[in-house]
Design a protein around this ligand. Structure first.
Ligand code: KG4
Ligand code: ZN
Length: 342
């Protein structure tokens, strides 16, 4: 018999709901983005995000059921992002999920947002273990090993800024609108990587990342040029910054994939939508035909609820249930979340 999971995601600035069948097939997927409301502030304003989620969540849920041609009675379980994210934003999704679970007497499953980003890929293709995931988003830059479903081990992570955060900050310095990642991506394609920005390789063999030095180097170069009355071509700054980020992300992912002898490499999260990153990763992994490289389609790279339903399906089948006292956890650890299965 088919299993239908309703996913709900409100951890940042997208109010999203989706219904996924058997953990792998999208039946409906609705995302209400708030980007326009946050743009004039140059970033996400938490209070505004929470208020928008409250205004949107009921409509988004109704549309999700309507598009699927299903009702809440047809759902086997409700999966919701419990963390990490903005606490006020998470609470809206968690409370909507709890309300529906209580009213319809349906099982409730808490999902870690990063598990969701990884499971976005399972909506495209089945996983092959051992698997390595590079999760690059506005809040995360992590290399994660998975030996089986629902099992996550962080083998590398950023020591300061997330990759997406560096993109957004550099974009702001270049006076590009929020979110900066797609803007820099577009601009980079028109420029030359002619400026030699630093690459933080860290200690020999380290799979960790650091982007704050790069971000400062870009900002300093722009300021120095301005003081000298010169201007750096923004497209060259974008191309050079992007080249530095991609070099490090690709090299460390490749190093980890070889070290752990993985069968599959997944690149996920908002920054996985980056055209330059996708291209360089593809070229690099062509060297090793035994490793299957994949990324979600662009629409599933950034935040959505189909990925939460997909991850929720695995947790549900593994027997995880949340009680009605489920709370938002803004700093939920991925490994502690995974440890539930022990
Ligand atoms: O996964 P996501 O929607 O939210 C978080 O969980 O953080 O990722 C959003 C981040 C933003 O920092 C945005 O600038 C970045 O992903 N992003 C990109 C691209 N599209 C989105 N960064 C680089 N290139 C892109 N094409
Ligand atoms: Zn995300």
């Amino acid at each position: 018999m088919s299993e239908y999971i309703l996913g709900i995601e409100t951890s940042c600035d997208e109010t999203a709901a989706a219904i996924v069948k058997d953990g792998t097939k999208i039946i409906s997927n609705v995302v209400a983005s708030q980007i326009e409301s946050h743009r004039r502030f140059g970033g996400v304003v938490p209070e505004i995000a929470s208020r928008h989620h409250v205004e949107q969540i009921t409509m988004v849920l109704e549309e999700t059921f309507q598009k699927a041609g299903l009702t809440a009675e047809d759902i086997d379980a409700i999966a919701v992002t419990e963390g990490p994210g903005l606490v006020g934003a998470l609470l809206v999704g968690v409370n909507a999920a709890k309300g529906l679970a209580f009213a319809k007497q349906k099982p409730l499953v808490g999902v870690h947002h990063i598990a969701g980003h990884i499971y976005a890929n399972r909506l495209e293709k089945e996983f092959a273990f051992p698997l390595l995931a590079l999760v690059v988003s506005g809040g995360h830059t992590e290399l994660i090993m998975m030996k089986k479903h629902g099992d996550f081990e962080i083998v590398g992570e950023t020591r300061d800024d997330a990759a997406g955060e560096a993109y957004d900050k550099v974009a702001r310095t270049l006076q590009l609108p929020y979110p900066g990642g797609p803007q820099i991506d577009k601009l980079a394609a028109e420029g030359r990587a002619s400026i030699d920005f630093p690459r933080a390789w860290l200690e020999e063999g380290s799979l960790d990342f650091s982007f704050s030095g790069l971000k400062s180097a870009v900002i300093n170069s722009l300021h120095n040029a301005k003081q000298k009355g010169e201007t750096l071509a923004p497209e060259d700054v974008a191309a050079s910054f992007q080249a530095s980020v991609i070099d490090v992300l690709t090299a460390k992912t490749f190093q980890a994939a070889e070290k752990y002898q993985v069968k599959q490499v997944i690149v996920a999260g908002g920054v996985a939508a980056n055209k330059g990153l996708r291209q360089v990763m593809t070229e690099k992994f062509q060297q090793v035909p035994t490793i299957d490289l994949m990324s979600p389609p662009l629409s599933l790279c950034t935040d959505n609820a189909a990925m939460i339903a997909a991850a929720g399906s695995v947790a549900f089948r593994q027997g995880h249930r949340a009680d009605l006292d489920l709370n938002a956890n803004p700093s939920l650890s991925l490994e502690r979340y995974a440890g539930r299965s022990e």
